[in-house]
Design a protein around this ligand. Structure first.
Ligand code: SF4
Length: 715
């Protein structure tokens, strides 16, 4: 297919003189599709076409984002030189000037206010090597406890739930190749057709093989359209719906008693709780009719094999981790885990959502998924790093809590790597005002993002086409992304920037790396013996084998295709079920006369995260040039909102103006707005600061709002 496309372009463009091909990997979602960038020299210019490359995960497929990813990498607004703000304007400076300016300010802040007055904020889009190095930089070079990253806003609920239920968090417990052979699949809060389009054929093949697909989503989407059964719960009630499914499964005896007896703790408490619940009450809370709850539960329970997938739709809530745990309760009680064609997958959003949470960027973690509060773990990592255990800081706070500490003045300086918190965080106006209060702020990015605009120094980073390193996809498969081009201008790789900064801060001995591979070699040792053990993975093997699923404890180990076959990762070897309260999320965000609609947020296919890269890609920007508000025509009539008109959406936190889009398929009490736009179109201005107490995930998916025609805006 892709070769045919190339042939078409060749015949249409007879002037093509020569062609070069570069192996690469898409920088966007967690499928991490392998690709080739084809550079064609024509008479007066170079042109680029991206085609898919065969590999075990995406099997040569690409979606529209991957096909156009090179457009942002070659964009004329790419940062090519360090910039320092002078009298409110960014001025080009040399690297040494920029680094010395940072050194002076960082040292002054720490001398006056202590080591924890500096903070580091990372990203789940950077490579494993860079995520690892950033964690080491915070703890060894800056000696601060404050480091966290944007994955906190994405994958933390699923990670926390998997760790608590299974004792280990690998995005998918199996490889994708098993999906087509499973008999029943629950897709809870995931719109894979828009967010990870190249995964879709696995589910389509499962359907062709007779699998029954159950989708759980308040909206009708391209994903729910392929489902055999679509449950549309009220936003924020997924945990209650899972209780309903579990109640039917237990009462109608679809549990796997042998599996429970041998491999599960906590079942009896859950059984006692869910059987005491009223199914009528569950119907009332969720809005899902009892016959549909029963149909879904019986189907999942009675099939011999089954899988459950969750994503941000059920995770980005202030009870997200408990919601996922309740879906895992279903999986574990039916014994559909640890054997062929049975398992759990958290469909990770960001490109390195899996790897970036394993090697030390999280506030409470050390490499290999070790805990920063565990003495044995601290001693091991300190020995790898060549420092004393007592010099290793303790755990810090989560991403949004760091913003609160900035607002309170406890954090005065920030080193931000490839992230855009003023757009991505909830309560976004507060976050922007907090960041403006920083005494000194350094941003590393490809572009002057909405957050980088507020920085004192911006350092130019490398894009996916220039930056070699490993990424870990949604399966837990470690892959190597080769570099294709040199960095433009004076831009540097993120790992080089960290090493250079460590050098001027006098910590060169801990950061004397001259390649990504050297960093990976240290990462392998630092992860050795941890739950996410990469020790057996090498660049040489990745080049030869294409990708390896962790844990891989030795160089002669093939990697682990399916986890939990014999035991779970808790010390007793058992999975831990837990009672999940039968209450909807955030009582204060329940509908009321003043705020009568639920706002839920999400993605569109052509954009990625806060749009810093995809809004720079003309082909992607053209598909969705602005955000929109999806609203049912009945609801729109009630609030006098014509189709395609400007509408003001208000919550207790603020307001935005976007264009309306009538949709017959959304619930009458819910509106949907995508989150890829900034400034006055940033929907996160409306989202509450309340966090999940377990994992500190904000509640992006439920805000109580009101809507009205944007009359003020027009006059
Ligand atoms: Fe593949 Fe995801 Fe990139 Fe699309 S966005 S090409 S599905 S990695």
């Amino acid at each position: 297919m892709t070769e045919a496309l190339l042939k078409y372009f060749r015949t249409k463009e007879q002037e093509v003189k020569s062609e070069k091909r570069y192996d690469s990997q898409c920088p966007y979602c967690s499928m991490q599709c392998k690709m080739q960038l084809v550079e064609q020299s024509v008479v007066s210019r170079k042109k680029y076409i991206t085609i898919g490359k065969d590999n075990p995960t995406s099997e040569g497929r690409l979606c529209v984002k991957g096909m156009n990813a090179h457009q942002h990498a070659f964009h004329k607004e790419r940062l090519k030189h360090p910039l320092v703000k002078v009298n409110g304007e960014f001025v080009r400076v040399s690297w040494e000037e920029a680094l010395n300016h940072i050194k002076e300010n960082f040292m002054k802040i720490q001398a006056e206010s202590g080591q924890n007055a500096l903070a580091v904020y990372g990203s789940a889009s950077i490579t494993n090597e860079e995520a690892y190095l950033l964690g080491k930089f915070a703890r060894v070079a800056l000696k601060t406890k404050y480091i966290d990253y944007n994955g906190r806003l994405c994958m933390s609920a699923a990670a926390s739930a998997a760790n608590q239920t299974f004792g280990l968090d690998r995005g998918f417990t199996n490889s994708l190749a098993e999906i087509p052979s499973t008999r029943c699949i629950i897709l809870a809060g995931t719109n894979i057709a828009e967010c990870q389009p190249t995964i879709m054929p696995y589910f389509e093949r499962a359907k062709e093989n007779g699998a029954y697909l159950i989708a759980i989503d308040p909206r009708e989407t391209a994903t729910t359209k392929i489902a055999d059964l679509h449950l549309k719960p009220k936003p924020g009630t997924d945990a209650v719906l899972a209780n309903g499914l579990l109640k039917v499964i237990i009462e109608e005896n679809y549990v796997d008693e042998k599996f429970i007896q041998e491999r599960v703790n906590g079942f009896e408490d859950v059984k006692e709780y869910v059987t005491s619940l009223s199914i009528e009450e569950i119907e009332k809370i969720t809005g899902v009719p009892i016959p549909l709850i029963r149909k879904a539960a019986v189907r999942f329970g009675k099939e011999e094999t089954g899988m459950i997938f969750t994503a941000r739709g059920v995770e980005q809530h202030t009870n997200g981790s408990m919601t996922v745990r309740n879906f895992l309760n279903i999986l574990v009680s039916t014994g559909k885990i640890g054997r062929p064609n049975c398992g759990y997958g958290a469909i990770t959003g960001q490109g390195n959502g899996q790897g970036a949470r394993e090697h030390g960027q999280k506030a409470d973690q050390l490499p290999g998924y070790r805990s920063i509060e565990n003495e044995q773990h601290r001693n091991y990592v300190a020995s790898v790093w060549g420092i004393n255990e007592e010099d290793l800081p303790r755990k810090g706070v989560s991403a949004y809590e760091m913003m609160e500490k900035i607002d309170e003045g406890e954090i005065e300086g920030l080193f931000l790597m490839c992230s855009n918190p003023v757009v991505s965080h909830p309560n976004a106006h507060f976050v922007k005002e907090a960041i403006k209060k920083l005494t000194f702020f350094v941003a590393v990015d490809l572009f002057v993002s909405e957050t980088a605009r507020l920085a004192d120094v911006i350092l130019p980073a490398s894009s996916y086409l220039e930056d070699e390193g490993t990424m870990t996809n949604l399966e837990g498969r470690v892959t190597l992304r080769e570099a294709s081009f040199p960095c433009p201008g004076e831009a540097k790789h993120d790992w080089q920037i960290i090493c250079e900064l460590a050098r001027v801060l006098g910590k060169e001995e801990y950061f004397s790396f001259s390649s990504a591979e050297e960093i990976f070699t240290e990462l392998r040792t630092a992860s050795r013996g941890g739950t996410a053990d990469y020790f057996g993975i090498t660049y040489e093997r990745l080049r030869k084998e294409g990708g390896i699923l962790w844990p891989c404890p030795s160089t002669d180990h093939a990697g682990t295709t399916r986890v939990f076959e014999r035991s779970f990762a808790h010390s007793n070897g058992k999975a831990a079920m837990v009672v999940v309260p039968n209450i909807p999320e955030i009582p204060k965000e329940q509908l009321c006369d003043e705020f009568p609609l639920f706002l839920t947020t999400g993605r569109v296919m052509s954009h990625y995260l806060t749009g810093v890269q995809t809004r720079k890609s003309p082909a992607l920007a053209a598909r969705n040039i602005e955000p929109f508000m999806e609203i049912h025509p009945v609801t729109a009539a009630k609030f006098q909102i014509p189709d395609q008109s400007l509408v003001k959406i208000e919550s207790r936190r603020g307001s935005v103006v976007v264009r309306s889009k009538w949709s017959e398929t959304i619930r009458h009490d819910t509106i949907f707005v995508p989150f890829h736009w900034a400034d006055s179109q940033n929907i996160n201005l409306l989202v509450s600061k309340k966090l999940d107490p377990e994992c500190k995930m904000p509640g992006f998916k439920v805000s109580a709002v009101k809507v009205s025609p944007a009359v003020d805006f027009l006059t």
